[in-house]
Design a protein around this ligand. Sequence first.
Ligand SMILES: Cc1ncc(C[n+]2csc(CCO)c2C)c(N)n1
Length: 226
Amino acid sequence: MKFTDRLWDSVESIWNGYLEHPFVTGLGDGTLDQGKFQHWLKQDYVYLVEYSRLMAIGAEKSPDLKTMSMFSEMLHGTLFGEMELHRGYAAEFGILEEELLLTEASAVNTAYTSYMLNHAQRGDAAAVAACLLACAWSYNYIGRSLSDKYPEQENNPYKQWVETYSGEDFTSLNGTAMTLLNKLAEGKPERELALLEEIVVKTSLYEYMFWDMCENQEEWPIKVGL
Ligand SMILES: Cc1ncc(C[n+]2csc(CCO)c2C)c(N)n1
């Protein structure tokens, strides 16, 4: 049994919760409020900057060249594939990239990226791969589920979103993330596997909190004007 099969059993119920989340169903049927989507766009752009640091840490901690190439492939896919989707939507809304980059990360966003960076810095390459997995896998899972459930996408303003995350490039990046963790987890004792599993479950819960944060357009509980 692959390590990712064991992980699937631990996250399945959380991930099925994403599919019922109003933000996610709104993306699928096109009814999502534009202000909520723009909140996601801005928060996610600065999230992806921190997420990119993870893959650079993974490359640095890689035990061999093949592993380094896989982290690097994901880093390239994020900076030049995924973030291009954000830049495209931002241009449609008249938002400049500088404005995206000036977004102050919300409380949930900060907690999520800090959690991953903490594990990535303290742990080995397997811990870094565990931090990356839920993000790549769950978005591909959501994208594919939405394109099955809502095959009629012609008038959906979020069509590009659904197509990007369900498409070949992201399915392949997700495959890389899964192979990477399965390979790095090989031969590890149960105590270490349990920690990797905890990271994947906690990041899955953070993913749920990120959807909630976007649905409710949350930032921080009190505005202090930093
Ligand atoms: C909060 C949040 N979680 C996951 C993703 C999706 N994602 C992050 S990296 C990656 C793979 C390589 O780009 C994918 C699919 C996101 N955008 N925002």
